[in-house]
Design a protein around this ligand. Structure first.
Ligand SMILES: Nc1ncnc2c1ncn2[C@@H]1O[C@H](COP(=O)(O)OP(=O)(O)OP(=O)(O)O)[C@@H](O)[C@H]1O
Length: 604
């Protein structure tokens, strides 16, 4: 089990830290130095019973025992720091590998995870494994080495007595294995309950405003209480279920002791056993049993760690968005959708059924709804394209697919003549900047947050980008201006302010393709007008795709794509679309009658 754990730990970290291996060797040496005085004790006892012990010998044995104690301390002092530094370095590597892998997973994967479960894997599971490596493994190896060395020594002194000492071991091991089996189910239950408890607490804290707003403390509290009491029961089950078998392990382990005492006394009386040997066995038997019992108990912890490792390894086993072996550079920045279909779930099946037999009602019912259906269009380079349509029409999906947050279910999206899948995610993200609805700001200064768009940007460049995003004024009004720290998630800034910071980021990145998802949804009308001007300026020399809820903002767009229920139903300029008299002209007419009308809020 230990070997398997160590190997999977190395796999997780993707490296085999020599410090850790050296530290474990020192831990084994520590076990040896704990066991070594027993040999001296044996010599001492032999001398005592033979009555030929000289004071110089006693002094020598005493000094050697002190030396063993010193060496034991030295081994511990040398080994532990190596174990710590190796373990922390490896876990650091493991965390980076996981973070890097998460970055490459399709966003759909995150949607399928329960927040608490993923959170538990990334926090408590990783902590458990880290604790195993840093604090447990060294102690375990030293603790196991000590009885092993003693048993080998005792076998050498008198194999018959040593076998008697260990006669209960087979039954003890059986009980230990059984206790592990009995604990398997409760420990799975505990891990599930742990994740559920984390989820419930997270949901509770995140939803506290809604809960208060709707006065639903009762229901939510009851759910939380139920989850936490299941967690409590699961914790108890993990302790209680294997307890009798662990007690049996301890009992069987020590069954040899009585036989050892009686048989030893018999052999002593017969004269086939020396008193020193018997006394040595009687003295050492109990520490050996105690240590083996401790090691047995700690295998429970190993079981947990193994499960935690498996859960973490499962993340690394998730298939990342396929990356091309050789990334190619797009020639130009026109974007072409070729019969693109996309469904968030079971993407492939649904897309095929839809394209091949769209009229089959049964297939329709069985498959999850598609967010985009057979969409074909061309977005010319250096133009402004607006994507409009009712709520749920697929506008965000359309834009997210260009950023390759997901891969299309069927068809292809080309940038500069290349399928996005041939460009590679990192290369693609150098060409594309995004301003999405949910603006996430990281903890750090305002300056750092804008600089994410271009890590080597100078302060002046950052300020220039903020000016163009109409963010300079409000940043200057903050207590420390550009050096003001924002909380994680940007909770200390208003929605409009967060969006302007996000626009500044995108401006700084200066990518040739810019994706704007409701970029002006949460800013006041005066700021909105300014941002519209900034976007118009940005559009010059760039390919801009903007999702707009207010049609008046995009009437000057070079092209307007109108989506309805995942299909591209109309496209053209504002004038052309009005002339067609279709969905767009109806939406336009409706917006004229209600000045602050939002498409999504009415057509739902
Ligand atoms: N992560 C997701 N998982 C599953 N289904 C999703 C997901 N995101 C969107 N959908 C579904 O895909 C369809 C298109 O959603 P999308 O967000 O693209 O529409 P939209 O036009 O941008 O809507 P809105 O204007 O309300 O933001 C909807 O039916 C929506 O419920």
């Amino acid at each position: 089990m230990i070997r398997e754990l160590v190997q999977s730990g190395f796999r997780l970290a993707g490296t085999r830290d020599p410090k850790l291996v050296r530290g474990l060797i020192w831990a084994a040496a520590e076990g040896l130095f704990i066991a070594a005085p027993s040999g001296l004790l044996y010599l001492l006892l032999n001398g005592v019973f033979a009555q030929n012990l000289r004071p110089a010998q006693i002094l020598c044995y005493g000094l050697l025992m002190v030396l063993c104690a010193v060496l034991r301390i030295v081994a511990g002092r040398l080994g532990m720091p190596q174990v710590f530094s190796g373990a922390y370095a490896m876990m650091g590597e493991a965390r980076l590998r996981i973070a890097d892998h998460l970055r490459k997973l399709p966003l759909g994967w995150f949607g399928k995870q329960r927040g608490g479960d993923l959170g538990a894997r990334l926090t408590s599971d990783l902590e458990l494994v880290e604790h195993l490596w840093s604090h447990f493994l060294g102690v375990f190896v030293a603790g196991l080495a000590m009885p092993l060395f003693l048993v080998v020594f005792l076998l050498w002194v008198d194999w018959r007595l040593a076998l008697l000492l260990l006669m209960g071991l087979p039954l003890a091991l059986l009980s230990l294995v059984w206790s592990q089996r009995v604990a398997a189910r409760p420990s799975t239950r505990l891990m599930t309950a742990n994740a559920a408890a984390q989820s419930a607490l997270l949901e509770y804290v995140q939803g506290i405003a809604v809960i208060r707003g709707f006065g639903r403390f009762g229901d939510v509290w009851q759910r939380l209480e139920a989850t936490l009491s299941e967690h409590h029961r699961a914790l108890l089950a993990v302790e209680i279920k294997p307890a009798p078998w662990l007690a049996a392990y301890g009992f069987f382990l020590e069954t040899g002791y009585l036989t050892l005492v009686l048989t030893g006394a018999w052999w002593l009386a017969e004269g086939t056993l020396g008193p020193a040997t018997l006394l040595l066995f009687l003295v050492l038997a109990l520490p050996v049993y105690r240590q083996l019992f401790e090691v047995g108990l700690s295998t429970m912890m190993l079981r947990f760690a193994r499960r935690a490792l498996a859960r973490i390894e499962a993340i690394l086993g998730e298939t990342a968005l396929p990356e091309p072996a050789l990334t190619k550079a797009p020639q130009g920045h026109d974007i072409v959708f070729e019969r693109v279909s996309f469904a968030y779930e079971a993407q492939g099946e649904r897309a095929v059924a839809e394209v091949l037999s769209p009229s089959e009602a049964e297939a329709e019912a069985a498959l999850p709804p598609q967010a985009l259906i057979d969409v074909s269009c061309r977005i010319s380079p250096q133009t402004l394209t607006a994507v409009v349509g009712p709520s749920g029409a697929g506008k965000s999906t359309f834009v997210h697919l260009i950023a390759r947050l997901w891969d299309v279910s069927s068809g292809a999206i080309r940038l500069g003549g290349l399928d996005l899948r041939e460009i590679g995610t990192d290369a693609l993200h150098r060409h594309v900047a995004m301003v999405f609805q949910d603006v996430l700001l990281f903890s750090g200064s305002v300056l750092d947050n804008i600089r994410i768009g271009k890590p080597d940007a100078t302060r002046d460049e950052v300020i220039e980008a903020a000016r163009r995003a109409q963010a300079h004024e409000f940043i200057e009004a903050l207590p420390q201006g550009y050096d003001t720290r924002v909380d994680e998630g940007g909770a200390s800034l208003s929605g409009g302010e967060r969006q302007r910071l996000s626009i500044a980021r995108a401006l700084l990145k200066d990518a040739p393709v810019l994706l704007l998802d409701e970029a002006t949804a949460s800013v006041d009308p005066s700021a909105e007008a300014q941002i519209q001007r900034a976007i118009a300026e940005l559009a010059r020399g760039r390919t801009v795709i903007v999702i707009a809820h207010r049609l008046k903002n995009v009437r000057h767009a070079d092209q307007i794509l109108v989506l309805e229920k995942g299909r591209l139903v109309e496209h053209g300029t504002h004038a052309e679309l009005l002339e067609q008299g279709g969905l767009y002209s109806r939406l336009w007419a409706a917006q004229q009658n209600t000045p602050h009308w939002q498409l999504g809020s009415i057509i739902r």
